[in-house]
Every structure is written in structure tokens, then in C-alpha cells.
Design a protein around this ligand. Structure first.
Ligand code: C2E
Ligand code: CA
Ligand code: CA
Length: 505
């Protein structure tokens, strides 16, 4: 069959051509020998023809063996021996065709080992490899004869099961249970767990990557909802995830195409109403999507890693702007606050890059403030604290953003080398609306910040009643539409040069 298919094609690879030619030659020789044998005339030359034929046959089978070995290597993972990503893509391709022809059920389960990097970091890569081998064995033991298991990326496995969603969920539960049992390797005991994303194949899937992307989205959802669990891809997210993927692609070029802009929102002293500084806020003017708010594109930039160059660019612009204002006189008492994502802070090169930007610009580090969100700063305290301490040594000021929305304890808070706490807008909004609870929380935060000798910025101040209450509560700075929305650089400069005082009583 395979040979017939080969003959029916118009183009051949070199090895296929050789195989066809040798087969043809062998067939001619065989025919010659058979005719000679029938006529009882088997001469020397016939004998050598047989020998040549056998040699060719031997050569062909060896060559085939070699080709098969190469093919196996190209399609299998060296460590686990499982089919690799390439093989998986082929298999999904076949499944898509089978689905179109006979609606055959197929569900993909993408299993990603949680915290696997820590296992490698703590115990070493050799230990990590042994864990993966044991995991392979445990997952394989949960599969039916028709299921297909592949290794997918570093610490991921993919199961293709010819079952519907209900059975796939049961299979996922079985895998979760099998993986969770403690694992003893080289006298060390570890507990591993996986997060699983499940996506059933349907008529919307045109290529293997469509299906894998959906399983990946579900897997990340499983991670976000606490890990060590399985989540099914929500098909209502389909349009959304396509839009996100397109935005992600466009955002990768936004910086070099000058589509990003910066806005400056003033921070006002609640003591004398003067402008003390600005918070730098990113804007994306996409020719394709229009103006995209940061809460939409920052998460995309964080997940793709584009936040690193974008964040560093923002910091660089802040430094340049401060220098320019200083050189024109009048801007030397100002601070500019730059938002920093946790993803940036956790990157090993962050500290060096910040140092480089500060040195190149020649700006006074004390006029730069970095804003970190509370929940993120607390989720990885040890590593974060070390980086923050180093940043402080550079002379930079550090602010805790959105305070009150996370779960930081007083003890954790005291370990962070902070200069400023920013009270989240949600509490400020409650001031003046008769919400006694919010007022009590704001009072508590202000008391806490003062006891720690920190500056306090109230965010999202929208009306005079809030301004008066904040002033009475002893809050040092305010920021919000009651004073000013964000401005472009020229407007910001005009504002602080005018020496305007906002009303704060
Ligand atoms: P954020 O750091 O909490 O920034 C304050 C947000 O509140 C800004 O929204 C600002 O325009 C808005 N805001 C200011 N005053 C008021 C007010 O009186 N009322 C209300 N309702 N809102 C007010 P924006 O510019 O849309 O930024 C949203 C978030 O995007 C920021 O929240 C910050 O987390 C993030 N972001 C912005 N720029 C950057 C950046 O350069 N890097 C990073 N990593 N994140 C950024
Ligand atoms: Ca902020
Ligand atoms: Ca904030």
C-alpha cells in the first residue's frame, strides 16, 4: 500500500527514489532468475545476479532500519521515551481529520507539573529528571489502551483520550490522585502535583495549535484557581482568546512602532495643595484596536514578557523627563512614580537594568518612586524583599500600591523597606458616601502608615468631601479626578510651573 502511494506521487525524496530504483532492479533480476530456473539453465551469471539481488535487499532493509531509528528519535523524547511535541502535533492532525470524517471523540488533557522549577532548584536537575520519569509511569498507568501520552515542553505532559468530556474529567481526577502520592527518590521525599487543562476536540479546531491553545488556557485557569486541579476550557472564551492572541502579537511591536505613550497624573499635597509629583501611566494607541486601557494590555504584556522592555522604557522616559524639567528649572523638587510589575521585579537582571538607567540619565534616584502592588509584593516575600533592599540602596523610593486589597499582615509589611503606602481607590470611594466601614479602614491605614513613618497617598480622590475627610484624617497626599486626570508631559509641566495650589480644606 505504502509503495503504491509512493508511486502515485509526482515527487520523491532522494531516499525514496533510491528505494524505488533498487526494488525495480531487484524485480528484474528475480524475473531473470525465475525464467532461467524454469528453462533449467542456471548459469554463473544467474548466480551472481541472485547474490547482487540479495545484497541490494540486505542494504535496503538496513537502510530502512536506520531510517526508522532516525524517525523514532525525531518523534520521541530522549528522557522519557514518550512521543514528543512533533509527534503529538501529527497525532492531533490525524484526529482532526478523523473528527471531520466520523465525528470521533477526542479530548486533550494538558498536565503541567506545579512548582517544578523549585524541585529542580532545590534538588538539582538529575533529581528532577527522575521525578519526571516516575510521573510518566504514574500517568501512563491511568490510561486506557487507546489513549496517547506525549511529553510536552519541559514539565508538561499531554494525554489524547478517545473519550467524551465526562470520561476525560474522570481520567483527569485519576491522574491527579496518582500524581499526588508522595514520591521517594534518592532518599528524599517530595510531593508533586499537576494542574490540568481539558479541551474536547470539535468542529472549530482547524489545526493542532487551536486545540492545544485552549487546553493551555484551561490549564492556566486551573493554576489560577489554586493548582492541583483540572479545569475544562470554557468555549465562551473562544472569541476572547483569539482577540487576546491578536493583541499579544500587536503589542510585541508597539514599542518599536512608537504606539506607547505616557501620561502623568499629579499627586497633590493635602497640607498645602501644591503639586508634589506625578504618577506615570502607560497608554497604548493601537492603530488596529484604538486606545487600549492599561488594565487590558498590561496583563498581556506580563504574560508574554513584553512588560520587561516596556517597563524599562517607561522608567527611562521618567528619568529623561525629570532631567528635562530640571534643566528648564522648576522641576527639581518633583518625584515621578513608575509602576512596576512583579514579573519585572522577579527578573534577575532587573536591579542591574534599573541601576543602568539611573546612571545613564544622571537623575537623582530619590526623585524616582517605584510602585509595587500589595498582593504581588506579598506573594513572594523573600525574593522580593532582597530585591527591594537592593533597590533602596540605590536611593530610589518605594511605594506599596493598591493597599488594602491584598492580605498583608503587619509583620510582613514591616519587613518591606517602604517609603509610601497608597490607599486603594475602593476605600477612598467609601469616604463621604456614609460608609462608616471604609472610613474606619482609611483611618486605620493612615494610623498604621504614620506609625511606620511612611508617606500616605490616597488614590482615586474624586470629590471635595473626600479631600476634606482625608485631610482631617492626616493623609499626606491625594491623587484623583478631584484634582486632575492624567496629563501629557507639556500639560504636566505647565501645571507645576504655574505653582497652582489646589483647595484641600
Ligand atoms: P494604578 O497604579 O492603581 O493607577 C491608578 C489608576 O486609577 C489609573 O488608571 C488612573 O487613571 C486611575 N485613576 C486616577 N484617578 C482616578 C479617580 O479619581 N477615579 C478613578 N475611578 N480612577 C482614577 P489607568 O491609567 O487606567 O491604569 C490602570 C492600572 O494599569 C494602574 O493602576 C497600574 O496598575 C497599571 N499601569 C499603568 N501604567 C503602568 C506601567 O507603566 N507599568 C505597569 N506595570 N503597570 C501600569
Ligand atoms: Ca500605581
Ligand atoms: Ca493603585
Amino acid at each position: 500500500m505504502k509503495l503504491l502511494r509512493l508511486f502515485s506521487r509526482r515527487t520523491f525524496t532522494a531516499s525514496e527514489f533510491f528505494r524505488v530504483a533498487s526494488l525495480g532492479l531487484f524485480a528484474v533480476l528475480l524475473l531473470h532468475v525465475v525464467v532461467a530456473a524454469v528453462n533449467h539453465r542456471l548459469s554463473w551469471s544467474d548466480g551472481s545476479s541472485i547474490a547482487a539481488g540479495l545484497l541490494i535487499l540486505l542494504y535496503m532493509s538496513r537502510r530502512k532500519e536506520y531510517e526508522l531509528r532516525l524517525e523514532h528519535q525525531a518523534l520521541h523524547d530522549v528522557l522519557t521515551g514518550l512521543p514528543n511535541r512533533r509527534c503529538l502535533l501529527r497525532k492531533i492532525d490525524e484526529a482532526i481529520i478523523a473528527y471531520r470524517e466520523q465525528s470521533a471523540h477526542l479530548t486533550i488533557l494538558l498536565c503541567d507539573v506545579d512548582f517544578f522549577k523549585s524541585v529542580n532548584d532545590i534538588h538539582g536537575y538529575e533529581f528532577g529528571d527522575k521525578c519526571l520519569l516516575e510521573l510518566t509511569r504514574r500517568i501512563a498507568a491511568q490510561l486506557g489502551p487507546k489513549d496517547f501520552l506525549a511529553r510536552f515542553a519541559g514539565n508538561g505532559f499531554v494525554i489524547l483520550a478517545n473519550v467524551d468530556l465526562t470520561d476525560a474529567k474522570q481520567k483527569a481526577d485519576a491522574v491527579l490522585r496518582a500524581v499526588a502520592a508522595p514520591l521517594v527518590i534518592d532518599a528524599a521525599m517530595v510531593k508533586l502535583q499537576v494542574s490540568i487543562g481539558i479541551a474536547p476536540l470539535d468542529e472549530h479546531h482547524e489545526s493542532p495549535s487551536d486545540l492545544i491553545r485552549e487546553a493551555d488556557t484551561a490549564m492556566h485557569q486551573a493554576k489560577e484557581s489554586g493548582r492541583n486541579r483540572a479545569e475544562v476550557f470554557d468555549v465562551t472564551l473562544r472569541g476572547q482568546s483569539a482577540r487576546l492572541a491578536q493583541m499579544d502579537a500587536a503589542l510585541r511591536f508597539a514599542l518599536e512602532r512608537n504606539e506607547l505613550a505616557l501620561a502623568y497624573q499629579p499627586k497633590i499635597s493635602l497640607i498645602d495643595g501644591s503639586v508634589k509629583g506625578f504618577e506615570l501611566l502607560l497608554r497604548w494607541n493601537s492603530p488596529q484596536y484604538g486606545v487600549i486601557p492599561p488594565h487590558e494590555f498590561i496583563p498581556i504584556a506580563e504574560s508574554s514578557g513584553m512588560i520587561m522592555p516596556i517597563g524599562m522604557w517607561a522608567l527611562e522616559q521618567a528619568c529623561k523627563q525629570l532631567k528635562a524639567w530640571e534643566s528648564r528649572d522648576g522641576g527639581n523638587a518633583l518625584t515621578i512614580a513608575v509602576n512596576v510589575s512583579m514579573r519585572q521585579l522577579l527578573q534577575a537582571s532587573f536591579l542591574n537594568e534599573v541601576t543602568g538607567v539611573l546612571q545613564r540619565s544622571g537623575v537623582n534616584p530619590a526623585s524616582i518612586e517605584l510602585e509595587l502592588t500589595e498582593s504581588l509584593a506579598m506573594s513572594n516575600p523573600l525574593q522580593t524583599i532582597e530585591t527591594l533592599v537592593q533597590l533602596k540602596k540605590l536611593g530610589i523610593r518605594l511605594a506599596l500600591d493598591d493597599f488594602g486589597t491584598g492580605y498583608s499582615s503587619l509583620a510582613q509589611l514591616q519587613k518591606l523597606p517602604l517609603d509610601v503606602i497608597k490607599i486603594d481607590q475602593s476605600f477612598v470611594r467609601g469616604l463621604g458616601s456614609g460608609n462608616a466601614g471604609d472610613a474606619a479602614i482609611v483611618r486605620l491605614i493612615i494610623a498604621l502608615a504614620r506609625s511606620m513613618n511612611l508617606d500616605i497617598v490616597a488614590e482615586g480622590v474624586e470629590n471635595p468631601v473626600q479631600i476634606v475627610q482625608l485631610t482631617q484624617l492626616g493623609c499626606s497626599l491625594g491623587q484623583g479626578y478631584a484634582f486632575s486626570a492624567s496629563l501629557n508631559a507639556e500639560e504636566a509641566e505647565r501645571l507645576f510651573r504655574s505653582k497652582q495650589r489646589f483647595r484641600v480644606t
